[in-house]
Ligand binder design. Structure first.
Ligand SMILES: Cc1ncc(C[n+]2csc(CCOP(=O)(O)OP(=O)(O)O)c2C)c(N)n1
Length: 389
């Protein structure tokens, strides 16, 4: 039997909130419904606020790129529920390995909005201290950070972190459907599985790897990738913030309790361009975009909140005002960033202690940056011979 992966209906998918914003109450969803039911109105309002502000950040960053203030930007429009819902299930001690589109996750983790754009402006290689937020910097190399996540999770294990579903430490890594074709992602699942590492593989299947549709990446539903490695795996409606939250909370608790890795496929849609350098009209139809616009994750949670009397005009106005402040701070902050070379910080955090090769490479780049004729590259290797190894 073949499964039609281009049809959403053929594949079992957890949904707790339907596209009209009604809670879904089938028997099969009971355990997950209980998790979502434990969220208070204030929790839900917080998720709504975070989703709206994530979109506002997206719009503002896109404008800044258009005005020449950023070299590039990768918008997350449409993926707010997948990001905010999963990030709300995290606890402070958990550790996050994002790729380059996880602005909603970074928002929830508290990373300053201007710092999130240093990388896209080219003024820094990262933008923040990962250990301050237990959240790594963006990764552009597709899938590479899944290996880092598994390695970090194995480190957590070897540190002897207590096994406790609340107080243990879980690691989560975010990647896209295209990344599932990379060796790195598959290798990281092999290691995670056999070592029972406390890591959650969170796939945002936004259906496009730049211009390549999922159908060109796989013949089987992607959540089955996790199953194939022996990981408990689940596909959730990625535009349903409740389902994403409940599924991620379950997987994180499993990891913290020492019960090993899990795989979540959040089936969603990238509403905008891949990056500001991309033109999606070249490879997909406006009919498809319109179909997904009707499944907007923010509208869906908004409808639930209105039905439950938790969203009034004052609250909407308050979020709008916060969004205006965010936008203004972003404009001023980004324009004030040093647009020059990031060389100075490139070598800072490579090793904890001085290292001869790194020192020589720093000197070479600094000379190059200053416009001095750089010493030939082989001189670096020669001078490094006596350096620390
Ligand atoms: C190892 C590697 N190969 C190729 C690229 C070029 N590249 C950048 S984004 C992208 C598509 C990624 O698609 P997906 O994993 O689905 O993530 P999405 O962008 O949809 O979030 C590719 C191929 C890269 N950055 N790294």
């Amino acid at each position: 039997m073949t499964t039609n992966i281009s049809s959403n209906e053929a594949i079992p998918t957890l949904q707790l909130l339907d596209p009209q914003g009604n809670r879904v109450t089938t028997r099969a969803t009971k355990g997950y419904r209980d998790r979502a039911a434990a969220l208070t109105s204030e929790d839900l309002r917080g998720m709504y606020r975070d989703m709206v502000l994530t979109r506002r950040f997206d719009d503002e960053a896109t404008s800044l790129q258009r005005q020449g203030e950023l070299a590039l930007f990768a918008p997350a429009r449409g993926q707010e529920a997948a990001q905010v819902g999963s990030a709300h299930a995290l606890r402070p001690q958990d550790y996050v390995f994002p790729s380059y589109r996880e602005h909603g996750v970074l928002h929830v983790r508290g990373v300053d909005p201007v710092d999130r754009l240093r990388f896209f402006r080219g003024s820094d290689h990262g933008g923040w201290n990962p250990n301050e937020f237990n959240t790594q910097v963006y990764t552009i190399v597709i899938g590479a950070h899944a290996l880092h996540a598994t390695g970090y999770a194995m480190g957590v294990q070897r540190d002897g972190t207590p096994h406790d579903k609340h107080d243990g430490t879980a690691v989560i890594t975010y990647f896209g459907d295209g990344a599932t074709s990379q060796g790195d992602v598959n290798e990281s699942m092999v290691f995670a599985a056999v070592n029972n590492a406390p890591v959650v593989f969170f796939l945002q299947n936004n259906q496009w790897a730049i211009s390549e549709p999922t159908i060109r990446q796989t013949r089987s539903p992607l959540y089955q990738r996790g199953e194939a490695f022996g990981l408990p795996s689940l596909r959730v409606d990625g535009n349903d913030v409740l389902a994403v939250y409940a599924a991620t909370q379950e997987a994180l608790e499993r990891a913290r309790a020492g019960e090993g890795p899990s795989f979540i496929e959040a089936f969603t849609y990238r509403m905008g361009a891949h990056t500001t350098s991309d033109d999606p009209t070249r490879y997909r139809s406006s009919e498809q975009e319109e179909q997904w616009r009707l499944l907007d994750p923010i509208d869906r949670l908004g409808a639930l909140l209105r039905a439950e009397d938790a969203l009034d005009d004052d609250f909407v106005a308050e979020i709008k005002a916060t969004g205006d402040e965010l936008s203004a701070a972003l404009r001023t902050g980004v324009r004030a960033l040093d647009g020059g070379s990031a060389v100075a910080s490139t070598f800072d955090d490579v090793y904890a202690t001085p290292h001869g090769v790194v020192a020589a490479e720093r000197a070479w780049y600094e000379a190059y940056d200053a416009g001095d004729p750089p010493a030939p590259q082989y001189a670096i290797a020669d001078s490094a011979q006596g350096g620390a190894r």
